[in-house]
Design a protein around this ligand. Structure first.
Ligand code: AMP
Length: 222
């Protein structure tokens, strides 16, 4: 049987966290729990939570700890997470959330906390080159030799740069991430629970680095 895993993945925007979380979820057969995805779904469905979260999310701020802790605790109580484990992506974002999580999982503690590290200039370049079809959402990468009017190969829609993918906007988002996440990194590092993994390279290579570190942590936990 494939053993599950209980993990947190931290990493700045554009570090490849989304791609790697999907792969790890498949590898360990655990749910990928992204609080950003949960909140975006709530916004789409116009639930009470979605209505409350939308403004905060648009401004780049953080949704209140109490709401987020309640949301994640309820998710972790579901059968898949209870039996197999989970990959938390986007949670915790604050030390208060990290402490609440430790209290909630005291019977089955986390195996490890991973910081997926990609230098800032690399992610700015990656995100600034990102183009997306306005109609079907297919992603493209700009190379500098791109057509002036770029038509999507999948659906024929217009391929554009998202407003928040320009270097200025990306730098603002990264500043915010650093400001918000630095105390959390210090929290886990101080307790020697943080593993740093190099996120530069082919996605297969990065996945291999991640599973090596995770398997070691699980082995050490017994
Ligand atoms: P993400 O997709 O993880 O970047 O999340 C998008 C937005 O959702 C963030 O900018 C926050 O406004 C909100 N959000 C997601 N996770 C959390 C969290 N753990 N605590 C507070 N706000 C969150």
């Amino acid at each position: 049987m494939i053993p599950g895993a209980r993990l947190i993945i931290l990493g700045r925007q554009g570090a490849g966290k989304g791609t790697q979380c999907v792969r790890l979820a498949r590898h360990y057969v655990v749910p990928h729990i992204s609080t950003g995805d949960m909140l975006r779904a709530a916004v789409r469905e116009r639930t009470e939570l979605g209505l409350a979260a939308k403004q905060v999310m648009d401004s780049g701020g953080l949704v209140g700890d109490e709401i987020m802790i309640g949301l994640v605790e309820a998710r972790l109580r579901r059968a898949d997470a209870e039996t197999r484990g989970y990959i938390l992506d986007g949670f915790p974002r604050t030390v208060a959330q990290a402490e609440a999580l430790d209290a909630a999982v005291v019977d089955k503690p986390l195996h490890t906390v991973i910081d997926l590290v990609v230098p800032r200039e690399v992610v700015v370049a990656r995100i600034s080159a990102r183009r997306v079809c306005r109609d079907c959402g297919t992603n493209y990468t700009a190379t500098g030799n791109d057509p002036r009017v770029w038509i999507c190969e999948v659906c024929g829609g217009d391929v554009m740069q998202r407003d928040d993918d320009t270097p200025d906007a990306v730098n603002r988002r990264l500043d915010l991430y650093e400001e918000q996440t630095a105390p959390l990194i210090e929290f886990y590092r101080g307790e020697e629970r943080l593993e740093t993994v190099d996120g530069v390279g082919h996605p297969d290579q990065v996945s291999h680095r991640l599973t090596t570190v995770i398997d070691q942590a699980r082995y050490a936990a017994g």
